[in-house]
Design a binder for this molecule. Sequence first.
Ligand SMILES: NC(=O)c1ccc[n+]([C@@H]2O[C@H](COP(=O)([O-])OP(=O)(O)OC[C@H]3O[C@@H](n4cnc5c(N)ncnc54)[C@H](O)[C@@H]3O)[C@@H](O)[C@H]2O)c1
Length: 321
Amino acid sequence: MSLTSKSVLVTGGAGFIGSHLVDRLIRESPSRVTVVDSFFLGSMENLDAARAAFPDLEVIRHDASDLAAMQDIVTARQVDTLFDLAVIPLPTSLTYPAWTVQTNVGIATTVCELARRDLIGRLFHLSSSEAYGSARYIPMDEDHPHDSITPYAASKSAADRIIESYVQTFEIDATVVRPFNNIGPRQNPGSYAGIVPIVIQRVLAGQPIEIFGDGEQTRDFIFAPQTADLIVAVHDAPECRGQVLNVASGTETSVNDLVRRILALMDAPDHPVVYGPDRPGDVRRHLADVSKMRQLLDREPPTLDDEALAQTIEWYRGVLA
Ligand SMILES: NC(=O)c1ccc[n+]([C@@H]2O[C@H](COP(=O)([O-])OP(=O)(O)OC[C@H]3O[C@@H](n4cnc5c(N)ncnc54)[C@H](O)[C@@H]3O)[C@@H](O)[C@H]2O)c1
């Protein structure tokens, strides 16, 4: 089940997690690596390390929901495994809900069609813990109900259902990896930025940090390169084939605690923090049940240590300077 000498394709490979996955895949010595990205977000710079390590990396600027084009792309490259990470993110769905839903559902349907038509060997789709909504119980296992709050979450949940339907009806070979909150270098610092880039940016600019709500909302944070590592481990483990798997640390951290840790590492423990209204659709609690991952992969979940946070801060210092 190894990726060595395989032709792999990553949709959304110029994005945050996608580019870390491309770096990680290259270490497996695949024969061919192709990225399909629309560059709605993401950037070529995110792939600098990958291009240095694998000069034949092919980057195709295209919409991954375009079935005719994707059919041509995968056929010409005889793709063994397609990793589907292309997405329109949560904050965009608050401004452009219909387009976000149509695009995210369109991408999932397209990659399922490629599998149904036997044009790819295996499909790995990235779901999101957002599909669960706020925790009804803690920790949240893979069977936790989908109480999607935002249009983004609904599109992620719908994508999961579409994949499940293709597995049931057409027996496509699909595995769903469901990460919780990722942090790390290369997370878009511009429009639609996440909490970590915003905090670092505010400290560097000498502006107060604004937190939505009381900051006691919790998340299960994981370092993106560790997510990439786990995706490869899931790929290689025959026991994981066809499964839906949470990928997370199994540790609950409040936004206030995360901000405190970042401020301490930036030598700015007293930096002003102001609290605003709740963000529409913000989930209250998130903590993954990682027992399935622990059992199937026979490894302990990763923890978000200060070294990972420090690397993240350093990266933002570089791009925001
Ligand atoms: N970041 C997180 O914390 C997190 C948590 C859970 C799940 N996920 C999932 O992981 C995957 C990757 O997320 P990310 O955080 O790296 O997002 P990202 O926005 O950094 O990357 C997504 C990439 O997809 C590209 N893209 C958007 N629409 C496209 C289209 N129609 N065709 C081709 N490319 C398109 C963007 O340009 C971008 O480069 C997504 O499936 C997301 O739902 C992310």
